[in-house]
Design a binder for this molecule. Sequence first.
Ligand code: ATP
Ligand code: ZN
Length: 285
Amino acid sequence: MEKLRIAVQKSGRLSEDSLKLLKECGIGVPAGNNQLKISTENFDAEILFLRDDDIPEYVQDGVADIGFVGENVVLEKNKETEIVERLGYGKCRLSIALPKGKKPKNIQALDGIKIATSYPIILQGWLKKNKLKADIHEISGSVEIAPRIGLADAICDLVSSGSTLFSNELYEYETILKSEAVLISGKNISKKRTALLEQLLFRIRSVKKAKYNKYVLLNAPNSSIEKICKYLPGINSPTIVPLAKEGWSSIHSVIGENDFWNVIEKIKSAGAEGILILPIEKIIE
Ligand code: ATP
Ligand code: ZN
């Protein structure tokens, strides 16, 4: 029996969110396990727990069929894999950071400096694109201490809040990549496994859509229905149900997060009352 082999970071910043997403897709993984490989319930899949850096290579080589990994790692490892879905978590930036007090006027002023990083490939690509040369010093961990110990003039490292930079007297000077977790797949997956991947992708997209949208319920006088519905097109069309109170209706629809507060203000001034907003668990279209 062929199973879809899914690579997930064993323990780190992407582990919890990746397992949570799989769970929301109906692929439950028993918590707190310490195995390298486990079979899942309700879906023909096997989860492989790996270091994030190894995931692109394992997917390329067909040891795993797909993997949950940071885009930064995918680009740095540059293996034969394909990004099949962006996942919206694990957001961070790969940035060049400088010691406080050093304030080059523009990026051209970075020419010729020594930069410590764990991302030499991505950094080299960015330098080349900007017609800059720098002395790249590759180190695998604790990049942020490099300037203080005299190893480099600057660093290029992952940043999310910037607190690590701050405590090392560095500041973020230029972002060279915005990254998030992505799902990658190998290029030669069997038919059966491709079908399983399609099934998983369908579920992931339903979960993503649901997170992005909210269910909205409101009451309005019948004379306002037309105006309110213009702002709430819903998935197909809103549902309108008469209230027990004469001349009033309840409108049910779906509202996107993007323009959420604007739409709420508009429907309020169009006459909507008693507006309820509820989370949606899944959207199946
Ligand atoms: P492993 O032991 O698996 O090699 P690691 O220490 O290399 O783990 P983590 O620190 O767990 O990796 O980060 C995994 C991924 O999480 C990163 O590659 C990146 O995509 C994402 N990430 C999100 N925010 C941050 C951040 N502030 N710093 C580092 N990585 C982040
Ligand atoms: Zn790693």
